[in-house]
Design a protein around this ligand. Structure first.
Ligand SMILES: [Fe+2]
Ligand SMILES: [Fe+2]
Length: 182
């Protein structure tokens, strides 16, 4: 039978999705993880969605590189496990960017028995805002994927706001006069 690149790619993706859910399924049953659905991230969608996006893209890159996919997926899913809205936070933006990894790590330890890679992923995911880079290669994937997702969510939020503004302005315009039928 002839080799089909498309078929192989489709099978790789299907296997990857199944493997991803095997890694994260026990965590998704946890109440604290589920409650991330109640918090908005980057004025865009829920923190649970953000965490799932970061986890999936990071997992996929780790799989392509044949690195530790399980630790990457779990660490990335729990990287933002802090249970408050940014708007409720009394800290400055800089303070929040630096402190939330520690809070997420404390919460994640209660949810799952973290290994060293997962701990490091959560603690160091804000590298650049914090000074210490990740210790493990999987941590570099998550820190860069997190930034990519944050920028993407920021752009979606800007687009949504501009659509809302346009829709409001359109509503304020007088309705066009009915045209006589020729
Ligand atoms: Fe974060
Ligand atoms: Fe994040």
């Amino acid at each position: 039978m002839a080799f089909s690149f498309r078929k192989s790619l489709r099978r790789f993706k299907t296997d990857a999705v199944a493997e991803f859910y095997l890694h994260i399924a026990p965590l998704l049953e946890n109440e604290q993880v589920q409650s991330l659905e109640n918090y908005t991230q980057h004025n865009c969608y829920s923190r649970l969605n953000h965490s799932l996006d970061v986890a999936y893209y990071s997992f996929f890159i780790a799989k392509l590189l044949r690195w530790d996919t399980g630790s990457t997926a779990r660490g990335a899913l729990l990287h933002d496990l802090y249970l408050y809205d940014r708007s409720e936070c009394e800290q400055s933006l800089k303070g929040h960017l630096r402190s939330h990894p520690k809070i997420a790590l404390e919460n994640a330890r209660k949810v799952h028995d973290l290994n060293k890679i997962e701990e490091d992923i959560i603690r160091k995911h804000m590298w650049f805002a914090t000074l210490t880079p990740p210790r493990y290669k999987e941590g570099f994937i998550v820190t860069f994927v997190d930034k990519f997702c944050a920028v993407r969510e920021g752009l979606i939020s800007l687009r949504n706001r501009s659509w809302e503004r346009t829709a409001q302005q359109t509503k304020q315009l007088p309705a066009p006069a009915p045209q006589p039928i020729a």
